[in-house]
Design a protein around this ligand. Sequence first.
Ligand code: ATP
Ligand code: MG
Length: 310
Amino acid sequence: MSRQASTDTTPWVTAGRRRKAPAMFTPSAGSPLNGGVHVQCVTKTFTQWQRENAGKGILRNLLKPQKKTVHALDDVSFTINPGEFVAYAGPNGAGKSTTMKLLAGMLQPTQGTVSVLGMSPDKDRIRLMKKLGVLFGNRTELWWDHPISQSFEWKRVVWDIPDDVYKRNLEMVTDLLDIGELQKTFARELSLGQRMRADLAMMLLHSPTLILLDEPTLGLDVVAKRQMIDFLKKVNRENGVTIVVTSHDMDDLEEMAERILMISNGKIAYDGSFDGLRALSEAYGIETQTVVIKKAPIEQVIAGLYKAWK
Ligand SMILES: Nc1ncnc2c1ncn2[C@@H]1O[C@H](COP(=O)(O)OP(=O)(O)OP(=O)(O)O)[C@@H](O)[C@H]1O
Ligand SMILES: [Mg+2]
């Protein structure tokens, strides 16, 4: 995580107290929720070196290394308006995490332009991180060998979060994500669900106006998942925080988001409502999840892959 020089001092939450009527998240008054996300004609190409581990293959690795070019994103364009809750779905390797990394400034596009909250994630990364919350379900920002509270405190200092903002946000996330009992525990001693809730809490301490979540419900039990979904819906609907979330669980996505963007083989295959996707799937009359991927139109592939969700 980047060291932050200063941060927006507008509180993310009002001065609500625990156990009263739910404390309210408020959009930053001094920084209107403008900008959204604009992705225009973005292509991201990776080079993957092919290696063999045995016999002559090892020699070949040295003398004639083979490489494979992967078009993770292929001319992708979409816009996400401020305050939207958008599901980003697609099969393994479709390009979801790559998109999230581009939006967060962790990767640069090979071609095309990306604008997030009116900024270039590549050029304005530090400024953008003050307004952005990013959570990858398969990794943690918590200090492994320290109590959770230490990681939170670290974030307060490094991000220069004003005391009143920090206190209010900490109270809010502690209450709503039920992490009060966990704060003195080492991160490495937490269960997956506990760790995810603690990571989500830490991600929110600086009052982000846009949240990017890559598989946040990965491996969570029913209770932890319920808690996370309710929390995200609340943050979005009551406080206008823009959220983009990826998951392979279509039920979770439909419960959270009103709009779904589907990606397949690096191309946007569907952008619209869940009902529209359902209608599309029915229109193609797909009866099984087994579709001949190479022959089917991309929408049919997507709808077929997610048939079980109907
Ligand atoms: N750093 C990298 N170097 C080389 N290839 C990569 C890299 N990151 C991703 N890829 C490739 O880009 C493609 C898209 O990967 P990505 O991680 O975006 O998929 P995904 O939609 O998130 O899949 P999943 O559902 O499995 O998480 C894949 O073919 C992957 O192998
Ligand atoms: Mg991924």
